[in-house]
Design a protein around this ligand. Structure first.
Ligand code: UT7
Length: 342
């Protein structure tokens, strides 16, 4: 990966994304399994969300284990040696510890020493915020080879007494390499980052929370309270999500000088099929240009776009030459969108 394959394709803010590894836990939890865990039913979950299955961590399995498998796939896909990696950046809102970062845990499990390793928490917008941060890192050091990871374990923060949230989420990880120039190893799919925009509205900070931090002090031996888990004002989130995804998608397309007709595939955050369909239709996209796989994974937060991108490749829905619009929203309230040129 040392020599750029095409040095004309380098500018001070270039970012190329390659490798696209993913991993989900083996354990599949169906809506019928959910019926045993909480007061719900398959019909409600499918009609309100489009979700049929999700994958949950089991036993001692951790998001970092998924991340390591996704990263190993990325290295195998690109032919890049582990020792070339200079940074590990993990987007997560379910870190394994408050400290150290999941990035340090992933680096340790991969056998990486002396790289820069840190987490980004922008919840479900984590992948897009991470792209933006990596763009800055590559600007500062164009030789950097960043392992950009998303790793989530939402199943570890679900409140089984809150049926309106516990049925929605799943676990998973994604990984890719972010470099300032295209890799010189042949035969792998890669994308150049075009325009990108990220935003937040912190007045809405409490619409979705994942507890476990210092806000609620816990006492050894005492049970945790409901703030330890995911809490969400679902209807409010729904409205904000549709508005935010539509407006930021339009902004990023305008910034890139593209019309909606130039988009080959739209990959939005996979939280709820009704949100995905509402946004696709407001943007004026045909159904076959909107990608959805929330039915198989639920909402995997920062990992949802990486998992969806990987599935879109494997179905032949992303091919070289295509322009893919990605957009996400999440706790914070954060949102963002980017254009990827494959
Ligand atoms: O990454 C960001 C993540 N967040 C999201 O994207 C969430 C966005 N919001 C949503 O997806 C939807 O608001 C939900 C799927 C969470 C909820 O759908 P809704 O259509 O807004 O339902 P609701 O919360 O207004 O609840 C309607 C009814 C209630 O019953 P009553 O009061 O009308 O009798 C709920 O108690 O549905 C009931 N309900 C359920 N019933 C069966 C809520 N959850 C469930 C459930 N199973 N799991």
């Amino acid at each position: 990966m040392d020599a750029p394959a095409d040095s004309s394709a380098f500018s001070s803010h270039s970012l190329y994304l390659s490798g696209f590894g993913t991993c989900v836990p083996e354990k599949v939890v169906t809506n019928f399994d959910m019926e045993q865990l909480t007061n719900t039913n398959d019909e409600w979950i499918v009609t309100r969300t489009g979700i049929r299955n999700r994958h949950f961590l089991s036993g001692d399995e951790q998001p970092s284990d998924l991340a390591v498998k996704a990263a190993q796939q990325t290295l195998a896909n690109t032919g890049v040696a582990l020792e070339r990696i200079t940074h590990v950046v993990v987007a997560t809102c379910t870190p394994e510890y408050l400290s150290p970062s999941t990035a340090c845990v992933v680096a340790q499990k991969l056998g990486l020493r002396h790289c820069i390793a840190f987490d980004i928490n922008a919840a479900c917008t984590g992948f897009i915020y991470a792209l933006n941060v990596c763009q800055g890192l590559l600007c500062a050091d164009p030789q950097a080879c960043i392992l950009l990871v998303t790793a989530e374990g939402l199943s570890r923060r679900l409140n089984w007494q809150d049926r309106s949230t516990c049925v929605l989420f799943g676990d998973g990880a994604g990984a890719s390499l972010a470099t300032a120039r295209p890799l010189d190893t042949p035969g792998h799919l890669s994308a150049r980052l075009g325009s990108i925009r990220c935003s937040s509205d912190t007045d809405c900070w409490d619409l979705i929370c994942v507890g476990g931090g210092t806000h609620d002090p816990y006492t050894l031996g005492e049970p945790v309270n409901e703030h330890f888990f995911v809490t969400m004002q679902g209807r409010e989130v729904f409205k904000h999500a549709v508005r935010a995804l539509v407006s930021i998608s339009r902004e990023v397309l305008e910034q890139e000088g593209l019309g909606i007709e130039d988009v080959d595939l739209f990959i939005p955050h996979q939280a709820n099929l009704r949100i995905i369909e509402a946004v696709g239709s407001r943007l004026g996209l045909a159904d076959d240009k909107v990608f959805a796989n929330v039915g198989s994974y639920g909402n995997t937060s920062a990992s949802s776009i990486p998992l969806a991108m990987a599935e879109a490749f494997s179905q032949g829905r992303i091919k070289p030459g295509m322009k893919v619009l990605v957009a996400s929203f999440g706790s914070g309230f954060t949102w963002g969108a980017a254009v990827l040129q494959f």
